[in-house]
Design a protein around this ligand. Structure first.
Ligand code: NDP
Ligand code: 2IT
Length: 444
């Protein structure tokens, strides 16, 4: 089938899955040229096989809240593609979770994992359970009930989950604890584990740090120094926090952070001390970013995203489609020179068009946020060896993986002049490796 036919067909067979269609359309739009150079791909119906997940598990999760009410949520795991390694990807717990969102994430993960150079296939899972406002005991019971259903279908050589929105170290630990009990094996079927039981140093920091390592590579192509640059970050969770940490360390000025209720704006810059307070508020007390603004006399804008504040560099690190075309135009009008995505698919297609037309440095999440899953891959390696690497060792490997991903994007994304289309570069490089692996393994 031709690429456009595949897309039309997916839209017909899987209606009401706009995020999934959006992610597929972006990749297929980038790979047309290389696809046409390989007629054997069409013969093998490679694209349809690559777009439709290998399998999807969906199940009911029943748990009991602190008041004794019996609660029901949906649980899912999407095993998208394992051509280059075991299925690998995070779990998202958020009230908005549905099949469209998880299918887009699992599809994206396949190409991202391919770019990391490590042997990992693509997967994603999660639940429409919202951890917001739940007690620790409720979170534990939910995680246990979730794994009671899922444990049979995951394993260190088949499918290795990790965190994503609403799933951090606490949730991974509860899920892993239950998994071990049921599966009677202890070889690391999750990543993002605690350091005492097989976790890797730097994994918590890896997505944010990795995004900045990627950004540094992009800036290098235009001889731009990060020092003193005004940076706007969205989100205030795992990715946003460590993006801010690395930027502060490098002498950049972080002026915004946000959550789903609004954003804070600090023109003096969020320094190390302020970030410590925010981390404590978010990770220990699970509070709202508004509370920081109230207690520390800082501007808070309710119900809005931070893209209207003037910045040099934007680092969207909350969720999908959080920068629309108008936001993108505002960023450009305000002099923004680079956008490096910490979140998955945070820019709408309209926004991407604006960035590319303005020829600013623009990195899609599957390249720039790949440091998280890459370090998950390093955690898997350490678990297999039953050894732990030092902070420096993991950080060095993360750095060189991000540099390598940048080099792949440049190789496959260079266009006329010296402009690098990082979307094309990431999609073509990620796709070609998976395609070659699938072709070699026959029709399975
Ligand atoms: P967290 O749950 O730690 O933090 C998520 C942050 O984004 C919170 O501040 C949250 O606010 C905000 N947010 C979530 N949903 C929405 C929404 N619908 N609208 C506005 N704000 C929202 O998640 P992570 O930091 O781990 O993930 C952030 C992004 O990074 C996601 O897109 C994820 O897929 C991606 N990512 C994560 C990786 C990882 O290793 N964790 C790796 C690669 C990508 P609130 O508290 O109000 O919900
Ligand atoms: O989107 C992502 O890459 C993640 N949430 C991390 C996945 C992982 O397996 O570490």
């Amino acid at each position: 089938m031709k690429l456009q036919e595949v897309l039309n067909d997916l839209e017909r067979r899987f209606p009401n899955e706009p995020e999934y269609h959006q992610a597929v359309e972006e990749v297929l739009g980038s790979i047309e040229e290389v696809y046409n150079q390989h007629p054997e791909f069409e013969k093998a119906n490679l694209i349809e096989r690559l777009c439709i997940p290998d399998r999807i598990f969906s199940f009911r999760v029943t748990w009991i809240d602190d008041k004794g009410n019996v609660k029901v949520n949906m649980g899912y795991r999407i095993q998208h593609n394992n051509a280059i390694g075991p299925y690998k990807g995070g779990m998202r717990f958020h009230s908005s979770v549905n099949l469209s969102i998880l299918k887009f994430l699992a599809f994206e993960q396949t190409f991202k994992n391919s770019l990391t150079t490590l042997p990992m296939g693509g997967g994603k899972g999660g639940s429409d359970f919202s951890p917001r406002g739940k007690s620790t005991a409720e979170i534990m019971r939910f995680c246990q009930a979730f794994i009671l259903e899922l444990w049979r279908y995951i394993g260190p050589d088949t499918d290795v989950p990790a965190g994503d929105i609403g799933v951090g170290g606490r949730e991974v630990a509860y899920m892993y604890g239950m998994y071990k009990k049921l599966a009677r094996e202890n070889t690391g079927t999750f990543t993002g584990k605690g350091i005492e039981f097989g976790g890797s140093l730097i994994r918590p920091e890896a997505t944010g740090y990795g995004n900045i390592y990627f950004l540094l590579e992009m800036l290098k192509t235009r001889n731009i120094d990060i020092k003193g640059k005004i940076c706007s970050i969205s989100g205030s969770g795992n990715v946003a926090q460590y993006t801010a940490e690395k930027l502060i360390e490098l002498g950049a000025k972080v002026i915004t952070l946000s959550d789903s209720d609004g954003y804070i704006y600090d023109p003096d810059g969020i320094d190390r001390k302020k970030l410590d307070i925010i981390m404590e508020l978010k990770n220990l007390y699970r509070g709202r970013i508004r509370e920081y603004a109230e207690q520390h006399n800082c501007k808070y804008v309710a119900g809005a995203r931070p893209w209207g504040e003037k910045c040099d560099i934007a680092l969207p690190s909350a969720t999908q489609n959080e920068i629309d075309e108008d936001d993108a135009k505002t960023l450009i009008a305000n002099g923004c020179i680079a956008v490096s995505e910490g979140a998955n698919m945070p820019s709408t297609p309209g926004a991407i068009g604006v960035f590319q037309k303005a020829k600013i440095l623009y990195a899609p999440g599957k390249a720039s946020n790949a440091g998280g899953v890459a370090t998950s891959g390093l955690e898997m390696t350490q678990n297999s060896m039953r050894l732990n690497w030092s902070r420096e060792e993991v950080d060095d490997k993360l750095k060189s993986i991000m540099q390598n991903i940048h080099a792949q994007c440049v190789k496959y994304g260079k266009e006329s002049g010296s402009y690098v289309n990082y979307v094309k570069g990431a999609n073509v490089a990620g796709f070609m490796k998976v395609a070659r692996a699938m072709m070699a393994q026959g029709i399975v």
